[in-house]
Design a protein around this ligand. Structure first.
Ligand code: SF4
Length: 423
């Protein structure tokens, strides 16, 4: 059942007087099971919609949709597809007490893969899901491959039932679906020759595989460290060498790199990041691939017109992995604004100091880092550290955080997005 949560003004939904709580039952006789059905089927210009109003009355609307008039219907959030795997490196196992509740859900949902670019393993697809992906042309999908060898992949996913991913990808490719893929690198399991083979197998599937990224496995203090470990510097270097070999082949064959190491892989390897143009359209930036170069590009493009902050002291809170790179990232901003930026690395006591990414910073540690910093005019925090409900990973609310610290705070994606207002 899909239910209306809200109806926006000046919309078709408002004209039809759909109300919150209305159940959307079918369009043109096709039953609506979830938001995907709604998004695809409601896109028609002419349709018959059956709905059940909150009063229980069933209504049929014969609709000719005026051009340009949006539906304006906000649906209740969908229930998420649960994961069929039990990876040793699963983030859910690495959560301490007190983490945001949503972090305890092992989701593996092809629908969210399409809609939000979340990576899915496709191990829980039913025949009906496969038909929908093809019929609705859910493309691109984001697929966690990890290894193309089925035995190794099943071991990594701890799922003896996991289907052969190459067969799945080939079938989707033949049906016009394009896919971004990733390999989470687990040392001793899917690195070395296994990684080379995975990259080569994926490349050989042709153009429908749009890219592959290699991301080092990330663990917290609470992860199953007796079963899985993070790669060493040497192992990260070896993985980058395998990525580089594949990328060279791709540049020759397709004209772009196609295979990318995550920024974290370069940082752990102690190797310099490639230049911005290596990443093309930054299609896996949300996966930490080219994120630093992307940020630099946004700063360069947006720094003009940010004068008026001369003499201001701005603290920039970040995770310990980004901290060493921050001075060069902030340099053009300092020049453009005249402000003095101070990088404040925050050690993550919530997950343990092995978790170094800015997006996982807990409110408590950020608050401690700013305690007694009355010398700052402004503190910038990564906007990724908050969820849609403005809560940090440790469930602290942004408003509570702002009350706790003695310096004005802005949550920012790329600094230029908030510094304009701070003038
Ligand atoms: S695929 Fe693995 S890492 Fe992802 S949610 Fe499932 S068990 Fe966790």
């Amino acid at each position: 059942v899909i239910k209306v949560q809200d109806v926006l003004p000046n919309s078709l939904g408002a004209e039809l007087r759909l109300e919150p709580g209305t159940e959307l039952l079918s369009i043109n006789g096709r039953k609506l099971e979830d938001f995907l059905d709604w998004e695809v089927l409601a896109a028609d210009d002419q349709l018959i919609l059956q709905a059940r109003l909150p009063s229980g009355r069933e209504v049929e609307y014969d609709i000719e949709r005026p051009e340009g008039l949006p539906w304006g219907v906000v649906l209740e959030p969908p229930s998420v597809r649960r994961c069929a795997n039990r990876c040793d490196f699963c983030f859910v196992d690495g959560n301490p007490e007190g983490a945001r509740k949503t972090l305890s859900i092992r989701d593996d949902d092809y629908r969210l893969s399409f809609q939000f670019g979340h990576f899915a393993t496709l191990t829980n697809l039913k025949p009906k899901d496969i038909r929908r992906i093809i019929e609705y042309r859910l493309s691109p999908l984001y697929v966690s491959v990890h290894a193309t060898d089925p035995v190794i992949r099943r071991w990594l996913l701890r799922n003896p039932e996991a289907p052969d991913v190459l067969q799945q990808l080939r079938m989707f490719a033949q049906n016009g679906i394009r896919m971004h893929t990733q390999v989470v690198l687990v040392p001793g399991i899917n690195d070395g020759d296994v990684l080379r083979r995975s990259l080569s197998d994926l490349y050989d599937l042709g153009d429908p595989i749009l890219s592959v990224s290699v991301v080092p496995v990330g663990l917290t203090e609470y992860s199953k460290r007796q079963l899985v470990r993070e790669p060493t510097q040497e192992e990260c270097r070896a993985a980058l060498a395998a990525v580089a070999e594949c990328a060279e082949r791709a540049v020759r064959g397709r004209g772009f790199a196609w295979a990318y190491g995550a920024d974290e892989l370069y940082l752990r390897a102690g190797e310099p990041l490639p230049p911005a143009d290596w990443y093309g359209d930054f299609e896996q930036v949300e996966n930490g691939v080219g994120a630093v170069r992307y940020l630099q590009q946004r700063i360069t493009n947006g720094a003009d017109g940010l004068a008026g902050l001369a003499g201001r002291r701005v603290g920039v809170l970040t995770g310990t992995s980004m901290a060493p790179l921050m001075p060069q990232v902030l340099e053009p901003l300092a020049q453009a604004t005249g402000a003095a930026f101070e990088v404040i690395p925050v050690v993550n006591s919530f997950f343990g100091d092995s978790v170094t990414t800015a997006g996982l910073l807990p409110g408590k540690d950020c608050s401690l880092a700013l305690a007694s910093r009355t010398d700052l005019d402004l503190a910038l925090l990564p906007a990724e550290a908050l969820n849609d409900n403005r809560r940090f990973i440790d469930d602290m609310r942004a408003e509570a955080f702002e009350r706790e610290v003695s310096v004005p705070v802005r949550f920012s994606y790329d600094f230029v997005d908030v510094l304009g207002d701070a003038q």
